[in-house]
Design a protein around this ligand. Structure first.
Ligand code: HEM
Length: 128
């Protein structure tokens, strides 16, 4: 098994990852009902994001945490949902890639997910 080496690898990764997310009804409603994502537009954005994060290319300029706070304002992104998201992400990486970048992308997903959850907890607290 190879490591993640280029944007084609990242495209395969996010494509397989979203197949898992969208076929798991405990989380798919966020992508189909709460926000109606268009996969053909969404997947290239994910590739740009991860390419910047682990391949060192540029190009991603959106505020990722704010985007997820906006989703959370519509439908609560619970710690349980983050666990499900991360599990599917880890499994997709491990089923397709092995190596330093594969480890790095999992670690990054966990740290970004942790920061998002802290901000979400703050946002939930502000509502009380
Ligand atoms: C419970 C966990 C999560 C859920 C349910 C979720 C859901 C979503 C949804 C619905 C969107 C589309 C938002 C929109 O276009 O308005 C989105 C965008 C995105 N998500 Fe997540 N997300 C989760 C966690 C994460 C994590 C941990 C990461 C990264 C480590 C991540 C990376 C991204 C990226 C890169 C985008 C594209 C943002 C853009 O359009 O610039 N997500 N997510």
């Amino acid at each position: 098994m190879n490591d993640i080496q280029n944007q084609d690898d990242l495209y395969l990764l996010v494509d397989e990852f979203y197949k898992k997310l969208l076929s798991d009804e405990s989380i798919s409603y966020i992508f189909t009902d709460v926000v109606k994502i268009k996969l053909e537009e969404h997947l290239p954005i994910l590739v740009t994001f991860w390419s910047q994060a682990i391949l060192g290319t540029g190009g991603y300029t959106n505020n990722l945490t704010q985007i997820h706070l906006d989703v959370n304002a519509k439908s609560y992104l619970s710690p349980e949902l983050f666990k499900i998201w991360l599990n599917h992400f880890y499994n997709t990486v491990d089923e397709n890639f092995k190596g330093q970048k594969a480890e790095q992308i999992k670690t990054q997903a966990l740290s970004i997910g942790t920061i998002m959850q802290i901000k979400i907890a703050q946002q939930q607290g502000d509502k009380l």
